[in-house]
Design a protein around this ligand. Structure first.
Ligand code: ADP
Ligand code: MG
Length: 229
C-alpha cells in the first residue's frame, strides 16, 4: 500500500515559488488501478516521481507498506526503485544504441540475475508483450507502439508490485494507445498495482479510480470503470 500524506513539493525558480504538490493525500491499495488526470503543469509528473522515489517531498510523507520513503537508506532506495516500482514514460526513454532485448535485460543486471537467466527472462517478457520477434531490433527500427511495449517489458521484468506510467499513450495514436491500455488492464487483473497519468479521458476510464489534480491539489475523485460501462 502506498500513501501520500500532506505531500508537498515546492520548486524554486529564482524568486518564484512553484507549489507542484500542495498537501496531497491519497491512498493506493495493493491491486488498485488509479488514473491521474489534470492540465499541464498541475503536478502529475511530480506526484509520479515522488511515489517512484525519483523526487523527494519538501513536507509530508510517502509511506510504502507502512514505511516513510524519506527514511530509506540509499541502498533501500535503489532496491525500491529497481524491484518495487516500474516506470513507463511518454517518450519511452529507451537506450538508442541497445537492442530491445538488451534494454530489457538492464534492470536485471542491477537485480544481480545471472546472464542466462537475464536473457531468458527478458525474452520471455518481450514475448509476452507480443514483440518476441523483435528482440534484436534497436528502438529506431521499431514503431511507437512497439517501443512502448519494450519500455513496459523493461518496467515489469523485475515483477514490481507497482507500475507507474507517466502519459504512456501520449505519443501513440488512439489504436496503439488502446492496445497499451489493454495490456495494463491485464497486468492489473494479475495483481499489479497501476498508477497511470494521462490527459486522455478514454485512457483514464479504464482505471478503477480517477484522481483529478489542479495546481498541485486533488480536486475530484471519480469511480472509473462505472463511467466506462
Ligand atoms: P504535469 O506533469 O502535470 O504537467 P509537473 O509535475 O511536471 O506537472 O509540474 C508541476 C509544476 O512544477 C509546473 O508548474 C512545473 O513547471 C513545475 N516544475 C516541475 N519540475 C520542476 C523543476 N525541476 N524545477 C522547477 N519547476 C518544476
Ligand atoms: Mg507531466
Amino acid at each position: 500500500m502506498i500513501k501520500l500524506e500532506h505531500a508537498t513539493r515546492v520548486y524554486r525558480l529564482g524568486d518564484e515559488r512553484i507549489q507542484a504538490l500542495d498537501s496531497v493525500d491519497i491512498t493506493i491499495d495493493d491491486g488498485d488501478f488509479v488514473a491521474v488526470m489534470g492540465p499541464s503543469g498541475s503536478g502529475k509528473t511530480t506526484m509520479a516521481n515522488v511515489i517512484g522515489g525519483l523526487d523527494r517531498l519538501d513536507s509530508g510523507r510517502v509511506v510504502v507498506d507502512g514505511r516513510d520513503l524519506a527514511r530509506y537508506s540509499d541502498s533501500e532506495m535503489s532496491r525500491y526503485r529497481n524491484q518495487h516500482v516500474g516506470f513507463v514514460f511518454q517518450n519511452f526513454n529507451l537506450h538508442a544504441g541497445r537492442s530491445a532485448l538488451s534494454n530489457v535485460t538492464l534492470p536485471l543486471i542491477f537485480a544481480k540475475a545471472g546472464r542466462r537467466e537475464r536473457t531468458r527472462r527478458a525474452a520471455a517478457t518481450l514475448e509476452r508483450l507480443g514483440i518476441g520477434d523483435r528482440l534484436n531490433h534497436r528502438p529506431h527500427q521499431l514503431s511507437g507502439g512497439q517501443r512502448q511495449r519494450v519500455a513496459i517489458a523493461r518496467a515489469i521484468v523485475n515483477t514490481p508490485s507497482v507500475l507507474i506510467a507517466d502519459e504512456p499513450t501520449g505519443n501513440l495514436d488512439s489504436k496503439r494507445g488502446a492496445e497499451i491500455m489493454d495490456l495494463f488492464a491485464e497486468l492489473n487483473r494479475e495483481g499489479m498495482t497501476l498508477l497511470v497519468i494521462t490527459h486522455d479521458a478514454q485512457v483514464a476510464e479504464r482505471a478503477g479510480r480517477i484522481v483529478h489534480i489542479q495546481d498541485g491539489r486533488i480536486v475530484r475523485v471519480q469511480d472509473g470503470r462505472t463511467l466506462a460501462a
